[in-house]
Design a protein around this ligand. Sequence first.
Ligand code: UTP
Length: 446
Amino acid sequence: MTFTEAKTLLDANGQSHVLRFWDTLDATAQAALLAQIATLDFAAIGRMQAMLAQAGQAATQAAPFEPAPVEAPEGDALAGYTALGEDLLRQGKVAALLVAGGQGSRLGYDGPKGAYPIGPVSGRPLFWFHARKLLGLKNTYGAPVPFYVMTSETNDAATRALFEANGYFGLDRDDVFFFTQGMWPALDPQGKIILDKPGHIFMSPDGHGGVLAALDRSGALADMAKRGIEHVFFFQVDNPMVNIADPLFVGLHAHKHADMTVKVCKKRDAHEGMGVVVIRNGGYAMVEYSELSDEQMERTNPDGSLWLAYGSPAIHMFSRDFLQAEAERHMPLHLAHKKIAMVDDNGQTIKPTAPNGYKFEKFIFDVIPNAKTLLTLAFDRTQEFSPVKNAEGNDSPATTKRDLQAKWRGWLAQAGVSLPENTPVEIDPAYALNAEQLKAKGLKIG
Ligand code: UTP
């Protein structure tokens, strides 16, 4: 892109200020700024501005909703779905999709969150646990589960380097597909693009919902189609307990020809920060924690159980066709008022003390209302969910390591192995994916 092209584009979109320091920049900085301008999606920026214009208006009353029914198959149904899921895994029709582009600001770890050392004994990283589960699946079913990993500009190189340095954790490198999510600018209250340096536009990741466009743009969806993938297991980087592509989940989703299936678990308490799947206006939707009133969160059924008992930890199955269709649509935007470093008219970067601009994100669950068939499947969180979100307290490395070890101790007990209390425990998922596989090893300890 030339200077003239950039200027014409910016002028036409009311963003001429982006070039106001042009004459003060050296040739390298000028080239870098032009490259950044070339990435701007003015249609998306237009949608951001429209959203900003509406943000000040009174919110419309949200329509009433009911909690969505939850599937909890048992007996023959459970066995049948599991057998179907195992069949699909054997046929190589299942892929795993990991969103790992986030900034992990609450954890405050210097590096990709997936590199965080979570192994209670080994200190192995989150990525290790995910990759070793995929290896375990390949060993069990004889076909690979290709691994699609979304990174962002800030952590892509470090993520790839970690996989390289560790021999892809035992996976075949041809079965690992990295792709980066989109970045876009933030806007000031007047809808102007924010510069954080005279020659640099402040950009931030477009949210985990950016995965749909990124899958398409990167060729990952085409790669899935070429491999004959039909079903895609979606998960987040921060939960080493996740039961990747578990056959019951895969089989239920496939049997019911669902566009999307959402795993849900009992909330820890009424106020746990999880979204809930609901039926609203005759269709499915996710209601975010922040949209729920105290009354809604605390409401109970006649038997004393919570009305909104189940929350979503963002563990989903998608049909590949649905992902493809959704990748071609615009997703709604969510805006957050944030403190964003910004240059003043003298070209000095000012660090604000109060929110001064708006960041925009897309959320994956916004596809839910478009799903023709959507299911929710209940799971036991003691076996599958304990995320690393915060540095301390709930959902921190300490609680995740505690929960991982409690789960593994349970597996060992089922395998007839009793260990002295507080013995550190860690199990390689490629050695045993579940309690049954561990039992089949015939361990003799203690
Ligand atoms: P979170 O909402 O927990 O955000 O992301 P985060 O970035 O990991 O952490 P905080 O909020 O800054 O502390 C949930 C999942 O979505 C991914 C994250 O990597 C994580 O797996 N994600 C989030 C993306 O891939 N891209 C994004 O833009 C945001």
